[in-house]
Design a binder for this molecule. Sequence first.
Ligand code: TYD
Ligand code: MG
Length: 453
Amino acid sequence: MAKPKITFICQACGAVYNRWQGKCDACGEWNTIVEESSAGGVAGGPQRSRRKGRPSALLPLAGENEEAPRIASGIAELDRATGGGIVRGSAILIGGDPGIGKSTLLMQAASALARRGAKVIYVSGEEAVAQVRLRAERLKAADTSVQLMAETNVEDILATLADAGRPDLVVVDSIQTLWSDTAESAPGTVTQVRTGAQALIRFAKASGAAVVLVGHVTKEGQIAGPRVVEHMVDAVLYFEGEGGHHYRILRTVKNRFGPTDEIGVFEMGDTGLREVANPSELFLGERNDKAPGAAVFAGMEGTRPVLVEIQALVAPSSLGTPRRAVVGWDSARLAMVLAVLEARCGVRLGSHDVYLNVAGGFRISEPAADLAVAAALVSSLSGAALPADSVYFGEVSLSGAARPVAHAVQRLREAEKLGFSAATVPSASADLPKSGISVRAVETLGDLVAHIA
Ligand code: TYD
Ligand code: MG
């Protein structure tokens, strides 16, 4: 056998180097590059043999296709995020911080599917059987037909699955605990995680079982993160939430069988995760509408409108370089809105600290929040609260123009449903069917500033 080649692999993103270095050029992380032997491959998989190639079939582009067969869990928020249920024979990665509730979510999903007659196997490499049972009991899932396996060796897992009859769903919690006899690196390294994931993905394709892989987002970089298998799986979902909040958001970032940018919203309680059918009510629940610097943004997450409060604090700075801190939004986007306010609208913020926060631990991923952010900033600077019955949405260009965004009608409808009576929107979005909401159109960011100040 050839001597395994030694390479240096970034544990955060999987970039490969010939020699060690302190910082990964690909993802910018420090101290994440670890020496690994790159020999991999799992027994039963494609061996690097010198077999001759066999001709495969060439097919026309047009042809009859069946809709991807899905297994729906009945947990509406989970089914929404997966695009209508988990596709048979596919591999899904669920990533998230340790302790965010991945195991809880998957145990609830496993038991919901088992109740609907699916054959589900839960492979726990993180926790002992007793711990998994305790959680299942707490989640009122213990009376279902879910089968448990506490195993971390990939070959043993595959052998057990092969004997287990045809499962519909296999949950592997987590990929970081997997290790294969064929890979020489330590468990948790990129080579081991990829080798294990690859073998399980191959099992999914061959058997028709859906395989859900759990991956921890790792902070210190010595353990491979979920990003190193993102490209191998059919769908990638991240389970997010802020410390101190009970909301959890399941966000689709990749889906070969459905839309991305869909979210499922949950609330963590004593007996597990509860679905949140109307997230706007939740996010606006703690609102203090008399305070300056707060603006309600009518956002969209996938197919669903979500109203959230954006809070800004603008205060004179005592530092040479004023602070800019953002929670829940893109800091580069904030810098752009600040620059446009300065350059196009004469709003002086250069000697002010700026803090921006999206309420409820929510994270906004669309640029449509520009107008709402600008409104919150100007309101904080002027010390005057914005009208409590108003929502904002719209993108701002570098020239200061207010640009239309998609789904204006749905945004307004959601705002109306939640009792708002006014909306400030880009003029190109204002030409809408009559509704109970009075629409104020703005051409430019300057118009908005003039309205507020
Ligand atoms: P867990 O699913 O173990 O997280 P992960 O698998 O992502 O590491 O959940 C961990 C947290 O969830 C833990 O702090 C306890 C809390 N929790 C509840 O609040 N209620 C519950 O019913 C359960 C099972 C867990
Ligand atoms: Mg867990």
